[in-house]
Each structure stands twice: as C-alpha cells, then as structure tokens.
Ligand binder design. Sequence first.
Ligand code: FAD
Ligand code: NAD
Length: 480
Amino acid sequence: MDKSYLCLQNINKMSTYDVTIIGSGPGGYVAAIRCAQLGMKTALIEKYSTLGGTCLNVGCIPSKALLDSSEHFHNAVHNFEEHGIDVKSVQANISQMVKRKNEVVAQTSGGIKFLMDKNKVDVYHGIGSFVDKNTVKVSDKDGKETLLSSKNIIISTGSKPNFFPGMEPDKKRIITSTEALNMSEIPKKMLVIGGGVIGLELGSVFARLGTQIEVIEFANTIIPTMDLTLGKELTKVLKKEGFKFNLEHRVQKVVNTGKQVVLTALNKKGEEVTFEAEYCLVAVGRKAYTAGLNLEAIGLKANERGQIEVNDHLQTTIPTIYALGDVVRGAMLAHKAEEEGVYVAEFIAGQKPHINYNLIPGVVYTWPEVAAVGKTEEELKAAGVEYKVGSFPIKALGRARASMDTAGLIKILADKNTDEVLGVHMIAARAADLIMEAVVAMEFRASAEDIARISHPHPTYSEGMKEAAMDATESRALHV
Ligand code: FAD
Ligand code: NAD
C-alpha cells in the first residue's frame, strides 16, 4: 500500500480492527453486533447519516408503517359500520401518516445507534472504499478521510431500485419506492410497473386511501415467483380493493408530461396501449449496489447482475473479504441478510454456522397477507417430486368470520410417500406470523400428520394450518 498520503492533513490516523463492515443495513449491523459479541474489535461504515440501511430507512419499516395507517383508514371507511362503530366523517391525512412513519423510522434507526454503542462497535459515517485488501478508506461529507486497517472486511452495501430503458425514474412523477414513501398528496390515479412485492404493498397503501391503482406487469400473473395459487387468490382480493391489472404487458416508455405521466406498452397481442395517471411507480426489482467501493483496488468485480460473487461461506475470492445480503445472490430480504450477518461473524470466529436457504420465508404485506416457505407446486412438478396437496379456505374458520377477514386459503404441499412437508403457501389475515409454524415444522422435518395432530388454539387463524395438514393427510379436514 502507498502510505505517502497518510501525512496529508485531512486524513485521520489509521485505526485497526478485527472486522470492518461496509454498510449498516440488516446484514451489516447484525454482523457488527455478532462480531462484537464474539469479542472482535469491530467497525461499521455507513454513508448516510442514519443507520439501518434500506430496510429501516426506505424499506421494510416505513412501508409497514404506511400499510398499517392506511389499513386503519380503510377499516374505518369500509368495515367499522358493520362492526357497529359509527364514525361520522373520516379523512385521510397523508402528511400526518408520513410524519408518523418518519417518527417510527427515526426511533428504529436510533435503536441501531444504541445497539452499536452498547456493543462498542465504532461507527464511521462516510463512503467506504477499498485501498487494499486490508485497508478501507472512509470519506465523509466534509472531505475528511479516515483509514481503517482490518483483518477481515464485510461488504454489505445492499441494493437500489432497478429500472429498464424507457422507464427511468425522474423521482418527481416517475417514482421509485423511496419517493412513494414520502408523498405529499393522495393521487387520484397511479400506475405501477411490476406486480411484485413493492408494487402490491405500496399500491395497497394508496388504493386504501382512494387512489385508483393500475398495475402493468410483464408476467402472466402477479407475484410470479410465488406459488401460482397465491397470485390467483391475491388478484381476486386486490381487484375488490379497486386494483386494475394489465398482465403480459411490455412497457415501452413512460413520459412525464408535467401534471401527468403517459405510459406506452405492448399488450400480449402486440398492440400498443397507453395509460395516463398522475404518478408512475417503477417497481421491477432491485439491483445489487457496489458503486463507490473501489473494488478494482482489490481485484474484485461485480458480476453481470451487479452482485458480488461469494462461496458457500460468503467469502469472495479473497478469503478475508466477505459479502452478504442484497449485494449477493439469493432473496433480497432483511431476514436473509440478518442470517448471513450472523453466519459470517460466527464463521470468522471459527464456529460452524449454517443457513437453511430453503426455509427463508417470504411475506407480502397486503391485507390479507401472503406468506410462503419451501417449495412451490411448480418447483415440485419441475423437479419430478411426487407430492400431495392439502388446502383449507380461511372463510371456514370461526375466527375469520368473527373478524370479517374471510379471504384466503392455506395450502400445504407434502411428499406423497413420506408425508414430509415440502412447502406451505397461504393468504390469510396474520399470515406473516402464521407462516412461522410452517418454518419451525419444516426445520424439524415434520410430516403433515405431525401438524394435523398438534392441538391448535380455538378460535384462531392457526387452525387453518391444522385443517390444511389434515386435508393433506387422507383428506380428513374437519370443518369443510
Ligand atoms: P441495505 O439495507 O440496502 O443496506 C446497505 C447499506 O449500505 C445502506 O445503508 C447504504 O447506504 C450503505 N452503503 C452502500 N455503499 C456504501 C459505501 N460504499 N460506504 C458506506 N455505506 C454504504 N425485506 C423484508 O424482509 N421485509 C420487508 O417487509 C421488506 N420491505 C421492503 C420494502 C421496500 C419498499 C424495500 C425497498 C425493500 C424491502 N425489503 C423488505 C427488502 C430489505 O429492505 C432488504 O432486503 C434489506 O434491507 C437488505 O439488507 P442489506 O443489509 O443487504 O442492505
Ligand atoms: P419483485 O421482484 O418482487 O417484483 C418485480 C415485478 O416486476 C415482477 O412481478 C416482474 O415480473 C415485474 N417486471 C419485471 N420487469 C418488468 C417490466 N419491464 N415491465 C413490467 N413488469 C416487470 O421486485 P420489487 O417488488 O421491486 O421488490 C424488490 C425486492 O425487494 C424484492 O426482491 C423483494 O424481495 C424485496 N421486498 C420485500 C418485501 C417484503 O418482504 N415484504 C417488500 C418489498 C420489497
């Protein structure tokens, strides 16, 4: 390393660490805590002024805050009267919703700062870039540079919204999730490119507040990577909320004309169709983010998908440099990044950690919620696995009728010969929490009959799991 510039005035003295982590999202900050717990001297670098990454600042937490607020409003307008609650006039105040959301984000991000202090992790704010394979430079917004020398380095720089030619966000009317979380008005109409998780969650926020949501989706179903049953069922639910879906549409271009956006697409017959609205939310996936890292200095290069390639231990081609979370292969989920953060910390400490990637649950926070774990029916078919299906409609549950949340189903896929549960897919109120029964059962390699024979509290949505398991076990569901 060329150390000549160490004597320059704006460079701080070099500090030495066991582990330096670049990026403070759920992957990075969890890795930092676990490294510190294991006795390693740890540094965490974050380019923004707040900790927590995409998830805490512009992802999981703010989107759920707005989903919860809009759900309250929707219930007040549509369901309170039937519950016997008379509310004279209900207005949605988007500014207050966004303000509350910002407070939730600030509290949560402040909590990460507290955890870093508690665990004696040194936090540096600035852009982290490689000088060599044991040195990272932190460049802060005032031009100050600090050099950190480290035995191990973890790259957890996350992801950014993706887009394709013709749909470049201008962040004014052609927006990404980040701008959609900070709207100052409730639009009359919003186009959403992509019927995936972000499109449907943020689409739900605005649909509940009265916005006409029109989804333009490339595939022949919404949430195309999940079990196809879920996409079909969710389509029915969201259509009732006022969503319009345009499947098998290929977006050509989106133009901001001032007060409107005009989107041109080709439908499945190849005909040109146009859509107009006040806003267009671009939600066609996210892209791994490595800008500013100066990977060239250590001879690393992102692959054609922008990701950093790693082996099964999340090591790059340089064994002391690791990468994890959204910046590497696999599901772009906060809990996946967290598991990888713990994995890398324990691996560096010489332990033998393990991650079961097949059992990372996925949730879409619409209402009712969508949740899944394990293999889809389509994956089992493609792999030639002999399977059986147990299914149970949520409307047959007493609890669902009591709360008026009757939409959805629970579907269990089990091995035809051994009865082992291979996949669980559900749409139900509280599915985000319900899915954990399936995750635990599958981690312990339970059979459908095991679940069928466990007592489930009555009246709960969890009885749907038991009934679906009974259906998979000799079609002996009781309440249908
Ligand atoms: P990130 O959270 O992206 O963090 C990376 C951090 O690295 C950022 O803070 C960035 O500023 C910093 N950084 C980048 N480069 C540098 C550098 N050179 N120097 C210093 N710092 C740098 N997942 C779920 O599981 N559940 C959800 O409900 C959910 N909802 C979501 C909703 C939305 C709207 C979005 C956009 C995403 C959502 N996600 C959700 C996905 C989740 O946010 C990501 O999977 C998760 O944040 C990935 O964590 P990470 O640590 O890999 O990266
Ligand atoms: P996604 O992959 O979930 O959905 C993208 C959708 O866009 C897909 O349905 C895809 O077929 C469609 N699409 C792709 N190209 C298109 C095109 N040219 N025209 C029209 N449609 C097109 O991606 P997302 O919704 O942007 O979310 C990004 C990531 O963030 C996901 O990986 C997700 O895991 C994560 N996330 C998770 C949660 C959660 O866990 N609840 C919430 C939000 C985001």
